[in-house]
Design a protein around this ligand. Structure first.
Ligand SMILES: [Zn+2]
Length: 140
């Protein structure tokens, strides 16, 4: 997969590491006994969290930057829509490309949205659900 240098420049400015939602997901996974690695650059989209033993990649997405469908946080009236609209659309397109590429390599992909990362018990329930669903998909 080729990476458009302009796009990755835009993304590198947008994308930050160790965000609070990411830290919450890592903490939850840790408490559930999962072993994971961070930011595997050799995988499409550099997934935020990778569980090699489960061949599962997790993306922790900000609701605005990745346009969480139907989420209140996906729209921000203070932002300039004409400026951000196309950039956000490209983010969503890239997310889709990364998912397709990861699945083609035999990885399961789980997306956890920022708004799903608290409270902690709901996040854990969300992860349990995501893992059982991913397992079902892999076995079917
Ligand atoms: Zn959301």
């Amino acid at each position: 997969m080729s990476v458009d240098p302009l796009r990755s420049t835009v993304m590198s400015r947008i994308r930050s590491r160790d965000t609070n939602p990411e830290l919450r997901v890592r903490r939850a996974l840790h408490s559930m006994g999962y072993r994971f690695r961070l930011y595997r650059k050799d995988l499409p989209g550099t997934p935020d969290i990778v569980l090699p033993r489960h061949r599962t990649a997790i993306f922790v997405h900000g609701c605005f930057w990745h346009q969480h469908q139907g989420c209140r946080r996906a729209s921000d009236p203070k932002t300039r829509r004409e400026y951000w609209g196309p950039k956000l659309a490209r983010n969503v397109e890239r997310d889709g490309d990364h998912t397709v590429a990861l699945k083609a390599l035999g990885w399961r992909v789980i997306v956890i949205w920022e708004c799903e990362t608290s409270p902690a018990d709901e996040l854990r329930a969300r992860l349990v659900e995501a893992f059982s669903y991913a397992t079902e998909l892999a076995e079917s």
